[in-house]
Design a protein around this ligand. Structure first.
Ligand code: HEC
Length: 178
């Protein structure tokens, strides 16, 4: 039986199953702890050797990075695609740890979502995207910034579960089309 909390995200040609990293009924202040515990373990075991325990990467002498920072002042900002969990998880699945390929992924889908939730809970530069989505129902389901028309919180749009959000958006779109 298909779990309602497992959806498949298609990102270009790749597909990744959603892992539920949080429960919507959990208070927002606790929500961060739920996804980060497992994700932190994945990070420390599989990512920190290059990206650093502090997430700040390893700078090269010429001002570029040998290993890019995943959080902190020089990391990708909150407007980047990677800041969406599905994008991060999909990228990491087939590109990280550095050296894996589409044919030889190393992390399970679950680990990818967990580490995505962990890394994307860390501080980073912000970018104002509030003007980008005049049509609120057109926002990607895991776009983590409101406002929304579907009544779900920013936390749920960021961490999921995305199934109920998707269903609601579909329903609202159908209602508008009538
Ligand atoms: C062996 C070293 C190494 C390990 C281990 C590693 N990475 Fe990387 N990572 C890199 C390198 C090198 C790049 C730059 C790749 C490029 O530019 O194509 C990178 C790039 C990235 C990026 C893109 C950053 C950006 O700003 O574009 C993300 C996200 C990322 N890694 C996540 C992870 C995660 C999550 C893990 C653990 C599962 C991990 N990496 C493990 C070396 C590593």
């Amino acid at each position: 039986m298909k779990s309602p909390f497992y959806n498949t995200f298609k990102i270009n040609k790749i597909k990744i199953r959603e892992k539920q990293v949080s429960k919507p009924e959990i208070a927002t202040n606790k929500l961060k702890l739920i996804p980060t515990r497992k994700g932190k373990a994945v990070y420390e075991q599989k990512c920190a050797s290059c990206h650093g325990n502090d997430g700040l990467g390893v700078a090269a002498t010429d001002g570029t990075y040998t290993y890019p920072p995943l959080w902190g002042p020089d990391s990708y900002n909150s407007g980047a695609g990677l800041f969406r969990l599905s994008r991060f998880a999909g990228y990491v699945k087939y590109n990280m740890p550095f050296g894996v390929t589409y044919q030889s992924p190393q992390l399970s889908d679950e680990e990818c979502w967990d580490v995505a939730a962990y890394v994307n809970s860390q501080p980073r530069p912000s970018k104002d995207l509030s003007g980008d989505w005049p049509n609120l129902l057109g926002k990607p389901v895991d776009h983590p910034f409101g406002p929304y028309e579907d009544g779900f919180t920013e936390a749920q749009h960021k961490f999921g579960p995305f199934g109920p959000v998707r269903d609601k958006i579909k329903e609202l779109k159908q209602a508008k089309a009538k």
